[in-house]
Design a binder for this molecule. Structure first.
Ligand SMILES: *Cc1c(COP(=O)(O)O)cnc(C)c1O
Length: 395
C-alpha cells in the first residue's frame, strides 16, 4: 500500500479491509455478527398517524428490510459513494440506471468496448424510446469532448472493456463531462468496487454486476448502483418507482461474499498474474490483454488509477485457427467454457471482436479467448493449458 493510500485510509477512518470485514454489522442483533435474513412483504406500523406520515424506517418489503440495508450501506462504503441501490442482476442495474437518467430526445455516449448485453439494451430498448446512442472509441480520453452534443445526457464507461480489456482514461473523461454537465456512469465490475473507486475519479454512478466478485461464489445474480450525494435523492426516488427488488437470501449471500472480497481478489490477482505471464511467453500467443501486467496495453493507466486487479484477462493468438482453438479448449480439465466470472473456478470463453464493434475497427482476425483465473493452484492451471496447447499444435 502506498503512502498516499495509507493517508487516504486514515482520513476515512479504518482501512478498506477492516471496513469490509465489519460491513453490515450495524444491522446485526442479539450479539450475532451477521444481520438476520428478514423475509418480509408486510411490515406493520403502530397507528394511523404513522401510516400517513410514512416515517417508520421500514414500510414494505419492496422498500427494504434490515438485510437489504446492510448490503446497500456496505456497497456504498466499498465504492466510496453516498448510497447504493440493489438490483436482481448486473444488467438490471445497468438498464434501470439508463432508464432513470435518460428520456426521449436524449443522447447517450457508449464505449465501443461495453459488455454486449448493454449494447443490445441500447439498440433493443433505448432506440425505441427515442434515445440515441453513439459508440465511442474506449481509448478516446479527453477527445470525448468532440462527441458531446447539446442533448448528450450520459457518458457510459466500462474499464477495462469487456473481453478486449481497454483501459479508459476515466479522469480525463469525467473532467470534461463535469464541465459540460453530462452524467457519467461506469461499469465497475472488473475492479469489484475494491480495486477501483470511480467516484473518487469524478464518475457520478458506479454500477456493478455483483454477480461476479461481490457474490464471488457463482451462485447468485445481483446488481448494484452507487451514486454521489448530488444524484442520490433523484436516483433513489426513481429506483423505487421501477419496483426493483432482490430477495433476502440472495442479499445475505452477497454480504457473506463481500466479507472475503479482499482475500479472494488478492489471490485471483496473484494466480492470474502467474498464468498470464506464462501465456506471454508462449509462442502461440500474440498478445495478452491484462492491464495489470507490465508491457501490456493500458498498464500505465492501470497503475495510475487501480490498487489491484481481478482474475479476468484475454489473449489473442498469432495463428487463430478455429478448429485448433476448439481442440485446445474443448478438453481442458480445470477450465469450464462458460459465461460469468468472479467465482472460485476457472473459466474460458471464445470471442471475436470483429463481430460486434461499430465505432472502432478491431484490426485482428480470428477468435480470441477470455480467461477467468480461479482459486486453483496456478501450476495446475498452467499444466492444463500446456496440454491444451499441445492439442492445438498437433491439430
Ligand atoms: C456479467 C456482467 C454484467 C451483467 O451482470 P449480470 O449479473 O450477469 O446481469 C455487466 N457488466 C459486466 C462487465 C459483466 O461482466
Amino acid at each position: 500500500m502506498s503512502d498516499k493510500d495509507k493517508k487516504d485510509n486514515k482520513d476515512r477512518g479504518y482501512a478498506d479491509q477492516t471496513k469490509i470485514s465489519h460491513a453490515g454489522r450495524q444491522y446485526a442483533v442479539h450479539g450475532m455478527v451477521n444481520p438476520g435474513v428478514y423475509h418480509a412483504s408486510t411490515i406493520t406500523v403502530p397507528g394511523l398517524e404513522d401510516w400517513f406520515a410514512g416515517t417508520t424506517k421500514y414500510k414494505y418489503g419492496r422498500y427494504g428490510t434490515p438485510t437489504l440495508r446492510a448490503l446497500e450501506e456496505s456497497i456504498a462504503e466499498l465504492e466510496h459513494g453516498h448510497g447504493s441501490c440493489l438490483y436482481p442482476s448486473g444488467l438490471a442495474a445497468i438498464s434501470s440506471t439508463l432508464l432513470i437518467l435518460l428520456k426521449s430526445g436524449d443522447h447517450l455516449l457508449m464505449t465501443d468496448s461495453v459488455y454486449q448485453p448493454t449494447r443490445k439494451f441500447c439498440e433493443g430498448i433505448l432506440a425505441g424510446l427515442g434515445i440515441e446512442t453513439t459508440y465511442y472509441d474506449p481509448l478516446i480520453g479527453g477527445d470525448i469532448n468532440t462527441l458531446i452534443k447539446e442533448n448528450t445526457k450520459v457518458i457510459f464507461l466500462e474499464s477495462p472493456g469487456s473481453l478486449t480489456m481497454e483501459m479508459q482514461d476515466v479522469p480525463a473523461i469525467t473532467k470534461i463531462a463535469r464541465a459540460k454537465n453530462v452524467i457519467t456512469v461506469i461499469d465497475n465490475t472488473w475492479g469489484g468496487g475494491h480495486y477501483f473507486k470511480p467516484l473518487d475519479f469524478g464518475c457520478d454512478i458506479s454500477v456493478q454486476a455483483g454477480t461476479k466478485y461481490i457474490v464471488g461464489h457463482s451462485d447468485v445474480m445481483l446488481g448494484t448502483a452507487t451514486t454521489t450525494k448530488t444524484l442520490w435523492d433523484s436516483y433513489r426516488h426513481k429506483y423505487l418507482l421501477l419496483g426493483q427488488h432482490v430477495g433476502p437470501d440472495d442479499v445475505y449471500l452477497a454480504l457473506r461474499g463481500l466479507h472475503t472480497i479482499d482475500v479472494r481478489m488478492e489471490r485471483h490477482m496473484k494466480n492470474a498474474k502467474t498464468v498470464a505471464e506464462w501465456l506471454q511467453d508462449r509462442d502461440e500467443v500474440a498478445e495478452v490483454m491484462y492491464p495489470a501486467l507490465p508491457g501490456t496495453a493500458g498498464h500505465e493507466m492501470w497503475k495510475r488509477d487501480y490498487s489491484g486487479a481481478c482474475g479476468l484477462f484475454s489473449i489473442r493468438f498469432k495463428n487463430p485457427v478455429r478448429d485448433a482453438i476448439a481442440a485446445m479448449i474443448d478438453n481442458l480439465s480445470l477450465f469450464g467454457i462458460g459465461a460469468s466470472w468472479g467465482g472460485f473456478e476457472s473459466l474460458v470463453i471464445p470471442f471475436d471482436p470483429t463481430t460486434y464493434r461499430t465505432a472502432t475497427n478491431w484490426p485482428h482476425e480470428g477468435i480470441c479467448l477470455r480467461f477467468h483465473i480461479g482459486l486453483e493452484a496456478p501450476e495446475d492451471l498452467i499444466d492444463d493449458l500446456e496440454a491444451g496447447f499441445d492439442r492445438m499444435n498437433a491439430f
